[in-house]
Design a protein around this ligand. Structure first.
Ligand SMILES: *Cc1c(COP(=O)(O)O)cnc(C)c1O
Length: 356
């Protein structure tokens, strides 16, 4: 019997064909300097002595929601907490897109999970390439709105590091009004809080903002993210979310990270990372094998080399793991480098210098 059983023959056809997201962790490597997943380089400290793990957690832990609403400047009804911004990306498709009928739109080069989640659900993808300066192609977005339910816009954009212009966001929100949700992915907004559009939720009922504790809050391992939107949108997402999305330890730690003290610590981290980013960008710009260091508002930089593959491999062999972006649209010879500690950044600079 068992030889006759083929799991693949039972799988949905879109799943059979799909390649999973190659996260930094799945790509592996044998490093001691991990600069490929935009994580914070050192571990934060937390108190944890929860006893009653015999009980199910709250679906939306009140202290986490209240702390996040206060931090983001929105009301608690406008906040959903879940297992990372990645889960938000997926919940939106689950709640708003009919497979075979509706489409999601996004603008490459950008974050890979919009595509992976759409593929998982068998939902059409409209890829509208960014302009050469990585601003949005507003005309192409307008021309492709038919049957589009969700427009994912990453700002600051991963992996390019640029902000999407406010005027362009307003245009997209207005052209999509009453027909599509505009989902602004603000995973890195703590590194440039002045650009957040979270306060626009009051004026644009079709705006959704994605947030995470994985980047500036240094908690990628916790798996905790947020969706900010009008109470109507949040109510719909609550229909499709798992009954207990956050474990009790996750909720306890998230609430601490979002206390006044936790937020102050996060702001110190951001200041340090920003100083290190400026130093790394300046040092790399001097090197002959570096064609361009793109400006960044985040905890990573995108760098175009004369031969990216050579740099990637040489550093990989020394245990310095970067993220190869050269297969993405328009990013030939580009590597993305997460900003690490000062010591880690010096190792990167010395290793690249040695190749010149
Ligand atoms: C890291 C990242 C996410 C995922 O965040 P999690 O909360 O860890 O799931 C979402 N969007 C972008 C652009 C990211 O870089």
């Amino acid at each position: 019997m068992s030889e006759l059983f083929k799991a693949a023959s039972l799988a949905r056809s879109n799943i059979k064909e799909m390649t999973p997201y190659m996260s930094a962790r799945r790509l592996g490597g044998n490093g001691d300097v991990w600069l490929n997943a935009n994580e914070y380089p050192t571990a934060p400290d937390f108190q944890f002595n929860e006893r009653n793990l015999n009980r199910y957690p709250e679906c939306q832990p009140a202290n986490v929601i209240l702390n996040y609403a206060a931090y983001a400047g929105v009301s608690p009804e406008e906040v959903l907490v879940c297992r990372g911004a990645d889960e938000s990306i997926e919940l939106l498709i689950r709640a708003f897109c009919e497979p075979g009928k509706d489409a999601v739109m996004f603008c490459p080069p950008t974050y890979g999970m919009y595509s992976v989640s759409a593929e998982t659900f068998g939902v059409e993808q409209k890829k509208i390439p960014s302009m050469p300066d990585w601003s949005l192609n507003i005309d192409a977005i307008r021309d492709n709105l038919q049957n589009t339910k969700l427009i994912y816009i990453c700002s600051p954009n991963n992996p390019t590091g640029n902000i999407i212009d406010n005027k362009d966001l307003v245009q997209v929100l207005e052209m999509a009004a009453e027909r599509a949700l505009v989902v602004v992915d603000e995973a890195y907004i703590e590194f440039c809080p002045q650009y957040s559009v979270a306060s626009w939720i009051a004026n644009y009922p079709n705006l959704v903002v994605l947030r995470t504790l994985s980047k500036a809050f240094a908690l990628a391992g916790l798996r905790c993210g947020f969706t900010l939107a009008s109470a109507d949108v949040i109510e719909i997402l609550l229909k499709v979310i798992a009954p207990y999305p956050l474990s009790t330890p996750v909720a306890t730690i998230a609430a601490q990270a979002l206390s006044i003290e936790g937020i102050a610590t996060m702001k110190h981290r951001v200041a340090t990372i920003t100083d290190n980013r400026i130093a790394l960008s300046e040092a790399l710009s001097e090197l002959p094998i570096v064609e361009k260091v793109y400006p960044s508002e985040t905890n990573y930089i995108l760098v175009r080399f004369t031969e990216a593959n050579k740099v990637f491999k040489a550093l990989w062999e020394q245990g310095i793991i970067l993220r190869d972006q050269s297969k993405q649209l328009g990013l030939t010879n580009c590597l993305r480098i997460t900003i690490g500690t000062e010591t880690e950044n010096v190792r990167v600079i010395e290793a690249i210098e040695a190749l010149c």
